[in-house]
Ligand binder design. Structure first.
Ligand code: PHE
Length: 479
């Protein structure tokens, strides 16, 4: 309707000089005209020049005068030819309304106050309620046709207020002008190409000036928490370990972490062995000998496992089943550099976070202290430990944290002190100990984000708005 009015007007008159006036003249809301012009301009049916103008609207007080008349006019019409006492009239209208109306009527010289009795008398017979007329007009055309002096007066009396509005100061025919808009195509499809009708189609031009809100992806809570983990590790002086060797020999994956070769975890059911290349090409031979001895007969106070250790088994390549294989490689490297220097390492891959500290004289107390510190930095103050078993740590502790949503403790990780059976064959000095832990990413994330069903975090049921909405928890960084 707006579009039709604009195109027809341009067809017979050539130009619209003021979109506001045009809207009033055709009786269509200005906003509707503005959006129609914008869209026609986008398709080059018209050429429009934008302008931002102040437009006026009535205040609540202005609206009431618009309906019932201005106070001065209403007071005037209540003054009888013989006059009336000020007190009597004030009682009728109330003090505020009366004060406004009386002073305006006196200023307009419509009324006068006569004698010591204070009688209000008419000075003229008829008055014209200009304020009401002005208000009516402004209500209709947002002040476009009003004189600046009148606008000023009404503004001072707080009967009108302004807002900035967009309009067009000139609208004329564009290069694609037509009385009716042709449907513009937005997609060139396979069917168009096959039918050959693409030649006659009109395509919509790109509007490079269109305002768009870019919402190009959000970090998943798991990634945000992983980033927090990384920041905390770095704050605490940890270095990141390289985790890019996804194919690992059984030696580094199992043997170096003191897992016996008959252990069921090595079975094909739990581990993916590689066919090609099926075996590792090289291992550090001296160290291999030490590992073999430790498994077979122990040492440094350990009895070992007492079985025949096979090199063939250690050579088998697997898809790395644990990042502790990386930790073992790093510790072995550390053991080779002399003199011994303490180290703090971490690794993060998919949903597994691992950390270790290797130094002289470390105890279980250090492990608990470091983990308390670590989780506190993450915003998780309630931490508890529970004894558990790992082949490569002794003692070993599960880490539990309190889930406010569940109102119960939930496991967030596993930890322990690496066994001498793992550290000694590497060549680390005897007073060097290593505290280590492996954390889940989901556990802490669910606690920090108050999620009590893991399916809300991962998988097809993930609540996307949760991902968009949630800033990073805990230490107040927004990603
Ligand atoms: N590899 C362990 C796991 O999978 C993680 C861990 C590392 C546990 C170090 C204890 C000590 O849970």
């Amino acid at each position: 309707m707006a579009e039709k009015a604009i195109l027809e007007y341009l067809n017979s008159n050539g130009e619209i000089v003021d979109s506001g006036k045009f809207a009033t003249s055709v009786g269509i809301d200005h906003n509707e005209i503005v959006s129609a012009i914008q869209s026609l301009h986008g398709c080059q049916l018209v050429v429009a020049v934008k302008e931002t103008k102040e437009s006026w609207f009535l205040t609540e007080e202005g609206e009431s005068y618009c309906e019932l008349g201005s106070p001065e006019a209403r007071i005037f019409s209540d003054v009888p030819p013989e006059g009336i006492s000020l007190v009597e009239l004030e009682e009728k209208f109330g003090p505020k309304f009366f004060r406004i109306g009386r002073s305006a009527a006196l200023k307009n010289k419509w009324l006068e106050i006569v004698g010591t009795e204070k009688v209000l008398c008419r000075k003229v017979e008829h008055v014209h309620d200009k304020v009401k007329d002005l208000l009516l007009q402004i209500k209709d055309d947002q002040g476009r046709s009003a004189e600046p002096a009148d606008i000023d007066m009404l503004k001072k009396r707080k009967l009108i207020a302004s807002k900035k509005g967009t309009g067009f100061s000139s609208v004329s025919k564009g290069s694609e002008f037509a009385l009716e808009r042709k449907k513009l195509m937005t997609d060139l499809t396979r069917e168009h190409l096959l039918k050959g009708d693409w030649e006659n189609l009109k395509f919509k031009k790109y509007n490079l000036n269109a305002k768009v809100t870019l919402d190009g992806g959000h970090l998943h809570p798991l990634l945000k928490v992983r980033e927090q983990f990384r920041n905390i590790f770095i704050e605490m002086g940890f270095e990141e370990m390289p985790t890019n060797n996804y194919v690992e020999s059984s030696f580094w994956n199992f043997d170096s972490t003191f897992q016996p070769q008959q252990h069921p975890a090595r079975d094909a059911h739990d581990t993916f062995f590689l066919n090609e290349p099926s075996a590792t090409l090289s291992l550090p031979e001296d160290y291999v000998d030490e590992v073999k001895r430790m498994h077979e007969s122990g040492g440094y106070g350990s009895k070992g496992y007492g079985y025949h250790w096979e090199r063939k088994e250690a050579n088998k390549n697997v898809l790395r089943t644990q990042t502790t294989a990386v930790s073992a490689r790093m510790l072995y490297q550390l053991a080779q550099s002399r003199p011994f220097a303490p180290k703090r390492y971490f690794s993060m891959i998919f949903h597994q976070i691992e950390g270790l500290v290797c130094d002289r004289g470390l105890t279980l107390g250090d492990l608990m202290g470091v983990l308390h510190d670590f989780f506190e930095r993450l915003g998780m103050k309630k931490i508890r430990f529970k004894p558990t078993y790992n082949p490569y740590t002794e003692p070993s502790m599960e880490i539990h944290s309190y889930h406010e949503g569940f109102k119960k403790w939930a496991e967030v990780g596993n930890s322990g002190m690496f066994r001498p059976e793992m550290l000694r064959p590497m060549g680390l000095p005897e007073d060097v100990a290593c505290i280590a832990w492996g954390l889940s990413l989901e556990g802490p994330t669910m606690i920090l984000y108050g999620i009590d069903d893991i399916r809300d975090l991962l998988g097809p049921k993930v609540d996307l708005s949760l991902i968009k909405r949630n800033p990073i928890c805990g230490i107040g960084i927004n990603y």
